[in-house]
Design a protein around this ligand. Structure first.
Ligand code: URA
Length: 423
């Protein structure tokens, strides 16, 4: 077997055989297939696709490239959630302790933000002392004692995906349904969760801009999970508008704590509860009541224990950016559009995200929204507040927001679209 014949097969719109897939993933992981060869193959896959059987074999080969975790010794059923990424998507923060408070164990291996989308680990690292890297034994201990753990995946889990994702990121080959589905599901299946709820985002702030593409991605991932014995459900949810009223690390932690305290923005609460119900049903706990666990403080108790178990201080003041700048509403009327992608790019440029993997993030940076689509606004009053430690970044953040919103004349009939688009 050689890399060139595998690349030619896909370049010429052929089907990769099981042997070709097994060989190329193993050889790439070992360094016997070069990055430039794998990037040519990734581009051929992006352009010519893979059928379901090829995607299933590709995913299985990526799982086999590393170790698998095993939670069968836990007394509780396991449930995990994965979002395909968005702006202001802090849902994992209230969701993991909430689902644990209702009786499931939540092993949440999470990632960092890259580009305009935020990452759960960057958000939690805004909490003084909190540690994302745990050994396998530490992870199991937190999961057993607290019921929920949010941490970085170890290097041994799907190492083929680690290499391939970094390569795709710099070769314009991220936006491929077979490659996204196999990347996400290889990690989730290797992680060993018993059930998985996928939050597939649709809209300007998401990878999938159209409902049809999001549906195909969701169906592909649900099929992969089910074939590997993981009870898998997908919700398609709107990402044309940022979730909640904040985008940025410490800002989103503060908003998540508000949700755990029984308050917080309506859309964040709605999505947290919808995902919690799906996770609990998939874990075999359909009678658990997540709304009650939010209201009676039990989810907040788990949050505090979860943060402490990873070295964090849940009572410590969160970092605040040194400088703020307010963007004013240009006219009076009704806000009828607030573009998630533009807000995500602004938060990223202010320092909430990173341009390269090795960059650090500013914990206090980001954007606070003072109105959401459907709200009335007054000319000259604050629409957005930009936060950063580096005020020279305000100009490029404002540039990203040039066409980010529409204020329509008062009385314009406008109903915000639904958050939950399909299941
Ligand atoms: N997240 C992943 O883990 N992989 C992808 O390919 C895209 C998003």
């Amino acid at each position: 077997m050689d890399a060139i014949s595998v690349i030619r097969t896909k370049r010429d719109r052929g089907r990769l055989s099981d042997e070709q897939i097994d060989w190329v993933i193993d050889a790439y992981t070992r360094g016997a297939v070069a990055d430039e060869q794998m990037s040519a193959l990734a581009m051929a896959i992006l352009l010519n696709g893979m059928d379901r059987a090829e995607i299933a074999r590709w995913t299985a080969a990526m799982i086999a490239s590393g170790e698998r975790m095993d939670f069968s010794a836990l007394s509780r059923p396991t449930a995990d959630k994965h979002s395909t990424g968005g702006v202001g998507d802090k849902i994992t923060l209230p969701l993991a302790p909430l689902v644990a408070a209702c009786g499931a164990a939540v092993p949440q291996l999470s990632g960092r933000g890259l580009g305009h989308t935020g990452g759960t680990l960057d958000k939690l690292e805004a909490i003084p002392g909190w540690r994302a890297s745990l050994s396998g034994a530490e992870m199991m201990a937190v999961l057993g004692e607290v019921g929920a753990v949010v941490c970085a995946a170890g290097d041994g889990l799907a190492p083929a995906d680690k290499k391939l994702y970094a390569l795709r990121d710099v070769t314009g080959t991220v936006e491929s349904i077979p490659l996204i589905a196999s990347s996400i599901m290889s990690k989730k299946i290797a992680e060993g969760t018993g059930s998985l709820v996928l939050d597939v985002k649709v809209g300007s702030g998401a990878f999938m801009k159209s409902l049809d593409d999001a549906r195909e991605l969701a169906a592909t991932m649900v099929g992969l999970g089910t074939d590997h014995g993981v009870r898998t459900v997908a919700l398609l949810t709107d990402m044309s508008v940022p979730l909640g009223l904040t985008a940025g690390n410490a800002l989103e932690v503060r908003e998540s704590v508000e949700v755990l305290a029984g308050g917080g923005p309506a859309d964040v609460v709605e999505l947290t509860l919808a995902l919690a119900r799906e996770m609990l049903a998939a874990a075999g706990l359909p009678d658990a009541d997540p709304a009650k666990a939010l209201a009676d403080g039990s989810a907040m108790d788990v949050w505090r224990r979860m943060i402490r178990a990873q070295g964090g201080d849940p009572d410590a003041p969160l970092p605040v950016a040194r400088e703020t700048h307010t963007v004013l509403a240009p006219a009076s009327g009704t806000l009828t559009r607030l573009d998630a992608y533009a807000v995500g790019v602004a938060a990223w440029r202010l320092g909430a995200g990173r341009a390269r993997k090795e960059d650090s993030v500013q914990p206090g940076a980001g954007v606070v929204l003072h109105a959401k689509p459907g709200d009335p606004v007054q000319a000259g009053t604050p629409l957005l507040t930009l936060h950063t430690d580096t005020p020279e970044k305000f100009a490029s953040a404002e540039e990203a927001l040039t066409d980010a919103f529409t204020v329509s004349p008062a009385g314009t009939s406008f109903t915000p679209g639904p958050l939950l688009l399909d299941r």
